[in-house]
Ligand binder design. Structure first.
Ligand SMILES: [Zn+2]
Length: 399
């Protein structure tokens, strides 16, 4: 299934879309998405992302497949009852698309491990069914400068949103704390437990499909149209959609630049495949990260390091970290010899941390050992330190 002709044929129905094309397909192939929760929402999300050719999927779930799951969790089959969900789902996804890489994390995501799990991915799709996991995803995403697609379901009502995207609201702007979230049950939004509340499987299909669509749009660069400042509500009984506008809450900790980096210590270590799951991040070149605060400290202490900007020339001219070297990501492979003999630690950055993570992985494949990815990119730096250590060409002041 690996010839380029087969690949062209496989994705033809989407590459003919102006918003996809071959470039978009390549972006999907390079993308790494973490699906948290393999229940009614996670099933369609994982299936659609795999079918669309998202190159690396991470699956997080600690549970086993139960008979009562089959009514709505379409990724599983009868023969898989009793198996760990992550393994059963992995088998199904690879049967669907053998070109994928599927990392399994048989673990319950929580505040202690969320950042480590999420650090190796570009985007998270929250298909969890409890508030604690959502807050953990939210806080880790904020700290790492990564967005997540939110979805939830209660009986015939569902919600979808896109939180933590750049300056957009976070989940805590929407539900400020656990007490309030719990107290909101009467609004029938987010009571998490299908076992208690009851659910039609097709409702999970609707909301999960919307989440998958939002994830694909993001990966394809369709970022203007995301649900980043609103929550889409679906009422399956009335068969109606509505949109709730959402603004950042001024007292939410996501408005505090320091908070966006406050967990970065957790992100400072190597994301090791061995202790999280089989075939996980380190093996596939996940980034060792450095937060803006950690970089600032290194710069303040005059540590000798190479700052490598992997954005385009235009972006580099408009605004960059002082004394950085430019090698745009698309040219990195052929210009790698320019780094021959480089023994200083290399801190790679881009706009928001996605391109630089790919560059880190490439550099490590080429034998560079001390390579770190600036989390959240120059945007995160700017949020925290503004003009400090920033320079630009006078002729091009807009960024
Ligand atoms: Zn917030």
């Amino acid at each position: 299934m690996k010839s380029s002709r087969t690949k062209l044929e496989r994705y033809r129905r989407q590459t003919i879309l102006e918003q996809v094309g071959e470039e978009g397909q390549a972006a999907l192939g390079a993308a790494r998405v973490l699906v948290v929760g393999l229940g009614g929402l996670g099933s369609p999300v994982a299936l659609y992302l795999a079918a669309a050719g998202v190159g690396t999927l991470g699956l997080v779930d600690f549970d086993l497949v139960e008979l009562s799951n089959l009514q709505r969790q379409m990724i599983f089959s009868e023969s898989q009852v009793g198996q760990p969900k992550v393994m059963a789902a992995r088998a199904r996804l690879l049967a669907l698309n053998s070109a994928l890489k599927v990392n399994v994390h048989k673990i319950a995501l929580n505040q202690a491990n969320a950042a480590e799990l999420i650090a190796g991915y570009d985007l998270v799709v929250d298909c969890s069914d409890n508030f604690a996991a959502r807050y953990a995803i939210n806080d880790a995403c904020l700290a790492l400068g990564k967005p997540f697609v939110f979805g939830s379901l209660y009986r015939f009502e569902g919600q979808v949103s896109f939180f933590c995207h750049e300056e957009a609201p976070c989940y805590r702007c929407f539900y400020p704390d656990l007490e309030q979230a719990g107290g909101d049950c009467a609004t029938a939004q987010l009571v998490p437990n299908c076992a208690e509340a009851g659910i039609l499987g097709s409702m999970a299909g609707v909301i999960g499909s919307l989440q998958a669509t939002e994830a694909l749009k993001y990966l394809l660069g369709q970022k203007e149209e995301l649900l980043a400042a609103s929550v889409l509500m679906f009422d399956g009984l009335a068969m109606s959609f509505s949109r709730l506008g959402l603004k950042p809450r001024t007292d939410c900790h996501c408005r505090n630049a320091a908070m966006r980096g406050h967990l970065s210590g957790m992100d400072g270590g190597i994301v090791s495949g061995a202790d999280v799951s089989a075939g996980s991040a380190a093996a596939s070149g996940a980034a060792v990260s450095i937060s803006p605060a950690q970089l600032a400290q290194m710069l303040d202490e005059d540590e000798d390091l190479l700052l490598l900007d992997v954005r385009a020339l235009k972006e580099h001219r408009a605004m960059r970290l002082r004394n950085s070297t430019l090698i745009p990501l698309p040219e990195l492979t052929e210009r790698i010899s320019e780094l021959d003999g480089e023994e200083r630690p290399i801190v790679v950055y881009c706009r928001s941390g996605v391109r630089s993570r790919k560059a880190c992985s490439l550099l490590r494949d080429c034998g560079f050992e001390d390579v770190r990815n600036l989390t959240g990119g120059i945007l995160a730096w700017y949020r925290e330190f503004e003009e400090k250590s920033i320079e630009s060409d006078a002729a091009l002041e807009t960024y």
